[in-house]
Write a protein that binds this ligand. Structure first.
Ligand code: ZN
Length: 406
């Protein structure tokens, strides 16, 4: 009887202890090389993860948990500019007539999955109303995808009054926007000239700021870039026609700069048959894009000479590009001449800062979210290693693990 009583007592203790063990889920990862996302490198460390966060990073070779000692660990990559719903539909074209909302939601979910598997644990969609339920579904933890932020509904129409622009921004925020997107210039397929006036740009950015939101400004023309920087907008995306003067102005104003050099135009050209005939995707538009690659290369080489310019990584991923996001980082190094560490910072801590999340993601350090990836090879020596992702963890949960020797 006494033995039985003891067993019952022990079982009781086990039952009482079980929930505590379950809530403090602990995982360890052994890393051969760790790139911390802030410019630091550590060798032979063990990362302790408790729940969704990194609890500690200690040197050692303990054989525990996931053994990624043959790989390079980095913070989960961040893409600050995607269009998560964009896809080629049933007829394999970018125009998708007759599609149901359910089909569209599933295509967006596919894009989310592909980006997560490619090592992108946070992306910002710039943006559509349909992003909101996807963002929330991913956040519930049931659908595999990157943390998602969205602009919901961009400001685009130059015919809007300043008052209407302010109302549009307020409505986007009420509808769940994490960030505001404005189009201050035409598309590059139409030459990229400024569309919104300086006053309209200021209205959008000041309204967003007063609501605690950041603003992404689509701007090709130098004048549109100047308007955005002067208005205190967060980030200029594209910037294909900037000169040294605008790069300097962005440094002075603390504006983030998000150029696209390696994926956006290339993806359009690689999939020309699927885009041709869709709006401004005509032969003249494709000529602008073909010529744009070399112009962007020259612009980027100029931009990186401005050492204090905060260059963040956003691909503007559209149909066909999701999952290939790292091509932008790789191109910046291989063709643009940017240092590999700087290019990695652009997709980690600099991006986290631009997205207002620098205290949570973009860096591997105690207290940060356990968003981390492992790649085969050393991306500092060969940046293309970023496309050889063997392990993806987001918020302490493993979503991909094809690392041999586990
Ligand atoms: Zn875009």
């Amino acid at each position: 009887m006494r033995i039985e009583a003891k067993i019952v007592a022990l079982l009781g203790v086990a039952v009482i202890c079980a929930p505590a063990v379950a809530t403090a889920q602990q995982t360890t990862i052994r890393a051969g090389t760790l790139i911390d996302g802030r410019g630091g490198i550590q060798r032979n460390v063990v990362i302790g993860i408790e729940g969704t966060r990194i609890a500690r990073i200690e040197s050692g070779n303990a054989r525990t948990g996931y053994d990624l000692s043959q790989f390079t660990l980095l913070p989960g990559l961040i893409d600050a500019h995607v269009h998560i719903g964009a896809h080629f539909g049933r007829t394999n074209r970018s125009v998708t007539p007759g599609e149901t909302p359910v089909e569209q939601a599933l295509y967006a979910t596919e894009n989310a999955y592909m980006m997560l598997m490619a090592g992108f644990t946070t992306v910002q969609s710039i943006g559509a109303a349909s992003d909101v339920p996807l963002r929330d579904a991913i956040a519930r933890g049931k659908i595999p995808g990157p943390r998602l932020l969205t602009a919901v509904s961009p400001v685009r129409d130059p015919a809007m009054t300043v008052q209407q622009i302010r109302e549009h921004v307020r409505k986007a925020v009420a509808d769940g926007a994490d960030v505001i997107k404005i189009f201050a210039s035409k598309s590059i397929r139409e030459g990229g000239g400024q569309t919104l006036s300086d006053e309209q740009v200021l209205a959008a950015c000041s309204e967003a700021k007063s609501l605690g939101k950041r603003v992404w400004v689509h701007a090709h023309a130098a004048s549109a870039v100047r308007a955005a920087a002067v208005a205190g907008c967060t980030t200029v995306t594209h910037g294909s026609q900037i000169t040294d003067a605008e790069a300097k102005l962005m440094v002075e104003r603390g504006t983030f700069f998000e150029p696209q050099t390696g994926l956006l135009l290339q993806n359009y050209l690689e999939n020309k048959d699927r885009f041709l005939g869709d709006g401004n995707f005509d032969e003249a538009g494709f000529k602008f894009m073909q010529d744009g690659i070399a112009l962007n290369d020259a612009m980027f080489k100029m931009a990186i000479r401005h050492k204090d310019l905060k260059i963040n990584m956003g691909t503007d991923a559209v149909a066909g590009a999701h999952g290939q996001n790292a091509r932008e980082i790789i191109y910046r190094v291989q063709k643009g001449g940017q240092g590999a560490m700087d290019a990695i910072l652009g997709a980690t801590s600099v991006n986290a800062d631009a997205m207002g999340l620098k205290d949570r993601i973009g860096t591997l350090a105690p207290g940060m979210e356990a968003d981390l990836i492992a790649v085969e090879g050393d991306p500092l020596a060969d940046i293309s290693a970023l496309r050889r992702v063997v392990f993806v963890m987001k918020g302490g949960k493993v979503y991909r693990n094809i690392a041999p020797g586990q």
